[in-house]
Ligand binder design. Structure first.
Ligand code: ZN
Length: 506
């Protein structure tokens, strides 16, 4: 047989942004052997009819946290089930210190269902040299950090990531970041930054990101671009203006997940009520139950109760009021999925009392998510030709973006809201990230390119995961190929491991 697989009658959206066209795609081994009209069925051992479907390059997730849990296994199918064929992990300052060792372990222990690339995390490098020290590095510490960064780049890391709101990234100085980012120049590496602020100090943070990348003369990638908190909404255009002005000096890009709720965590009892252990620290169960007992006492005691009420009220107000919160877990089933203001009207009690009563009635089983991003502003970022797509996915976490990001963008924002032409959205998911992060031979449908492909239904593609049920697969993804092998067949995952580590080729 001339070809292994022939995908017939689909509409090809090739990743370059040019208008879709009808053609057949033939795969031989790991690559696309032919794109053309009327390739004969008998030339291939397997024929797939893609009538009514779109055939596009596989999606490239430029921002995820798969490295945190990939070695824990078993493999979670959420990437390929949304059309992702290549993922970039090691973002927000946290990564394996040695890509070489990590890739080796992954290939030995779990295998790869998608292609997999890494950034090296500034936080990881800093921690290994200076622990959690709250100060600038000494000269020899900085030298050591540069050495480790360079070593990771030699082992194939695509660039340096920072997480400047996290420990220890938050202790870094701008000078330190400039020095470290300078290491990237020789590798054409990407400086990807979770900025020091996405909220009140966002403009200062944008300026710092630009200063670092310009000094180092390297590519700047703003991670999960957004403006958080209602009082900052409206700063988006200024963020865009500053980044576009910097494009005169350096390549600038960003990535985004299409959700108005950020990853900041659930507003559960420990987050809502002062003095409770912070949820993120995953406190021991008995600590939680002692805190709950204290809460129950306080809530029954009039003076303490007033304190609790006014604390929760001001917390809600500071974030734009009850309408910004969505209830995802509650004892009163009918309010699950409602906005807090809506639930408050439905039950006819003030929002802050509702939260506290739910905590009291449900043994702590109450949680909300907070909508900190303004959708029209999110759409302004989405329209920019330099904004790619990144799930910011954390397997097993509460946020539906891990399962739904790419289909949500194509269903909700391309088909339903007409924010972008389909061809442009696909370009931002494929050739743009391939060129920016350095994946030669990927991100386009063309002869000789790797057969990383998605076949999807443009009329039905949509995310199905939400905050109440975050781990639901999307709809409309029919076939996904990684290096010529189907990892999704007729909408179902296939247990094969055709992915490879993608290293920066220096
Ligand atoms: Zn981040």
């Amino acid at each position: 047989m001339k070809y292994d697989i022939l995908i017939k009658n689909g509409k090809i959206i090739d990743g370059t942004g040019k208008p879709g066209f009808f053609a057949d795609v033939a795969i031989k081994g790991k690559t696309i052997a032919k794109v053309g009209q009327n390739i004969e069925n008998q030339e291939a051992s397997c024929v797939i009819d893609a009538s009514g479907l779109v055939v596009s390059p596989g999606f490239i997730d430029v921002h995820c946290h798969t490295d945190w849990s990939i070695l824990d296994g078993p493999w979670d199918d959420h990437q390929e089930m949304q059309g992702i064929t290549t993922q970039v992990a090691g973002l927000c300052g946290t990564s394996p210190l040695s890509p070489e060792e990590h890739f080796r372990d992954v290939l030995q222990e779990t295998g790869l269902r998608t292609n997999y690339a890494l950034m090296v995390g500034h936080g990881t490098v800093r921690k290994s040299v200076m622990g959690d020290a709250e100060r600038a590095p000494l000269p020899d510490e900085l030298r050591k950090m540069k050495y480790l960064t360079e070593k990771a780049l030699d082992e194939g890391a695509l660039g340096l990531s920072t997480g400047l709101i996290y420990v220890p990234g938050t202790y870094s100085t701008t000078e330190e970041l400039k020095e470290l980012a300078s290491v990237l120049r020789r590798y054409d590496g990407v400086y990807a930054t979770h900025m020091r602020s996405e909220s009140d100090a966002i403009l200062k943070a944008v300026d710092e990101a630009i200063e670092v990348a310009c000094h180092a003369d390297v590519r700047l990638q703003i991670s999960h671009i957004k403006v958080i908190l209602p009082r900052n909404w409206g700063l988006g255009p200024e963020v865009i203006k500053r980044l576009e002005a910097a494009m005169k000096n350096i390549p600038v890009a960003a990535d985004q997940y299409p959700y108005t709720v950020t990853g900041g965590g659930l507003y559960g009892p420990s987050r809502l009520v002062k003095g409770w252990p912070v949820q993120e620290q995953q406190s021991a169960e008995d600590k939680e139950s002692r805190a709950l007992a204290q809460f129950q006492r306080d809530f029954r005691y009039a003076e303490k109760r007033e304190e609790l009420v006014s604390h929760v009220r001001s917390l809600l107000e500071d974030r734009g009021g009850p309408k910004q919160f969505i209830i995802v877990k509650a004892k009163t089933q009918r309010i699950v999925g409602m906005r807090l203001d809506e639930a408050s009207r439905a039950l006819d009690i003030p929002a802050e009392i509702l939260c506290l009563e739910e905590i009291a009635a449900s043994e702590g089983q109450f949680a909300m998510v907070y909508e900190g991003v303004y959708e029209p502003e999110m759409i302004e970022f989405m329209k920019k030709p330099w904004v790619m797509v990144g799930t910011d996915g954390v397997p097993g976490a509460f946020h539906p973006r891990t399962h739904g990001t790419f289909p949500r963008l194509l269903g909700r924002y391309v088909r339903e809201k007409n924010v972008l032409p389909l061809e442009e959205a696909i370009r931002k998911m494929t050739s743009l990230p391939a060129e920016t992060f350095g994946f030669p031979g990927r991100g386009r449908i063309a002869e000789g390119f790797y057969a990383d492909l998605v076949v999807f239904d443009p009329d039905t593609i949509i995310d199905r995961a939400d905050f109440v049920q975050p781990h639901v697969y999307p709809e409309g993804i029919k076939w996904v190929f990684v290096n010529g092998t189907a990892v999704v067949r007729e909408g179902r995952p296939v247990e094969v491991y055709p992915g490879v580590p993608l290293r920066r080729e220096s």
